[in-house]
Ligand binder design. Structure first.
Ligand SMILES: [Zn+2]
Ligand SMILES: [Zn+2]
Length: 411
């Protein structure tokens, strides 16, 4: 199926044994329930994590080389999301009950000062982004947020007041991304749609809907330099949307065998890192030329041997042939019978890094050089974050363990 933007309101082909692979630097353990997100504190040997055990923890690296909590602060409800602003050491924590709590971390990261709460939503916070806007010469701080209460809302971060009415989605809002330069927000939802909103001081406007995923969007990531949006979801699919590049293309990346839960974009290298419940970290090379997947042809007969398909009663009767099931070649999109599409092949230029069904003709014309590398994280990944400066990736697993990886050989 081809993804579409709908107007509206160098690598190793060695999957796990390459020398260029993530090196595990540290494991942080101790949370008694799911860890929902963890980030490296820039320019500090520290990590901030939020957990369903209601804790916000700041972990500092000790002389022993291990990380131990210097702060462990419990909230009234499970801590499900975090947004950290290094320059001011402002920390926003999203809670299961819909509240966003703001803190300031002290310089030595041994204490956090509560600043205030925003009663932003009626359900679990699923995305939070802080931004600064200039309105008639006055600088305001906004906090944009999405929630399982099916709402996208933005509030004045200083006084907690909502700015205009919310955007109400038909399904749970599950992810959020924002382009501050053009003031556009992207809201991913549980049904697989992405809604693009124009965010203004006097309210928001729905710009368009991006359809392509068939299940919950878990993660959205924005590349401001080329104005591309990356989306990942429960349908195991990643889509690269050309939003502002003038092409309107949507490239698909198929490499995971289970839900894709998290993405990180490495801008200087034009690389995308993805992770998911299949315990695999994938590094996608986006410098290579990519093609969109073809639309699937509709036909009553196999487009190679003319055998009629199951529903083609006239054809079956006339040719005295049993009807065949319809399949599609992933490379050319032709409708084919099973016999004419039995080859399995990767199609890296179309994002298929795992073997898929192709026809005989296409199978002999595909360049199989992989455009991604695959690495075992040894835990089912719920979230990743990237520290570009130190070339580290943090993975949070369903096993409640936070792992810090050195990925300097890969990016
Ligand atoms: Zn055929
Ligand atoms: Zn083909």
């Amino acid at each position: 199926m081809a993804a579409q933007i709908k107007p509206g309101p160098s690598s190793s082909n060695d999957k796990f044994n390459s020398n260029r692979k993530p090196v595990l630097l540290a494991k942080l353990e101790g949370c008694s329930d799911n860890v929902n997100k963890a980030i490296i504190i820039p320019e500090t040997d520290g990590v901030i994590s939020v957990s369903s055990d209601r804790s916000v923890r700041v972990w500092l690296k000790r002389d022993s080389g291990q990380y131990w909590p210097s702060i462990c602060n419990y909230l009234p409800s499970p801590a499900v999301d975090l947004f950290y602003r290094p320059i001011s050491r402002q920390l926003f924590v999203g809670q299961e009950n819909g509240t966003i709590s703001e803190y300031i971390l002290e310089e030595d990261f041994n204490r956090m000062e509560p600043i205030g709460d925003i009663l932003a939503h009626y359900g679990r916070i699923t995305g939070m982004i802080w931004t600064e806007v200039s309105i008639d010469g006055t600088v305001e701080q906004w906090i944009l947020s999405t929630s399982r209460d099916k709402r996208f809302q933005y509030h004045n971060a200083k006084n907690g007041n909502p700015i205009g009415p919310p955007f109400v989605c038909a399904a749970w809002c599950t992810s959020l991304e924002y382009d501050a330069e053009s003031a556009h927000a992207f809201v991913g939802d549980y049904s697989g749609n992405i809604t693009m909103l124009n965010i203004k001081a006097d309210g928001l406007q729905v710009v368009t809907t991006l359809t392509g995923h068939t299940a919950c969007i878990e993660m959205l990531t924005w590349d401001s330099s080329t104005r591309r949006l990356f989306s990942a979801g429960h349908d195991r699919l990643i889509i690269i949307w050309d939003i502002g590049g003038g092409h309107g293309t949507a490239y698909e990346l198929h490499g995971h065998t289970n839900r894709v839960t998290s993405l990180a974009f490495v801008s200087p290298k034009n690389q995308l890192i993805s992770a998911g419940e299949d315990s695999v970290l994938v590094f996608w090379d986006l410098n290579a030329e990519r093609k969109e997947t073809p639309p699937w042809a509709e036909s009553d007969n196999c487009e190679s041997c003319s055998r009629p398909f199951l529903w083609n009663i006239t054809g079956i009767f006339e040719r005295k042939q049993f009807g065949s099931r319809q399949h599609h070649c992933r490379a050319c999109g032709r409708a084919l019978c099973d016999k004419c599409s039995q080859e399995q092949s990767t199609i890296p230029s179309m994002g298929f890094e795992l073997p898929v069904r192709v026809c005989k003709f296409c199978s002999s014309n595909i360049d199989h050089t992989p455009l991604a590398t695959f690495h075992d994280t040894k835990h089912s990944v719920m979230s990743i974050t990237m520290d570009l400066q130190r070339k580290c990736v943090v993975t949070v697993g369903q096993d409640r363990v936070i792992k810090i990886w050195d990925v300097s050989t890969l990016i």
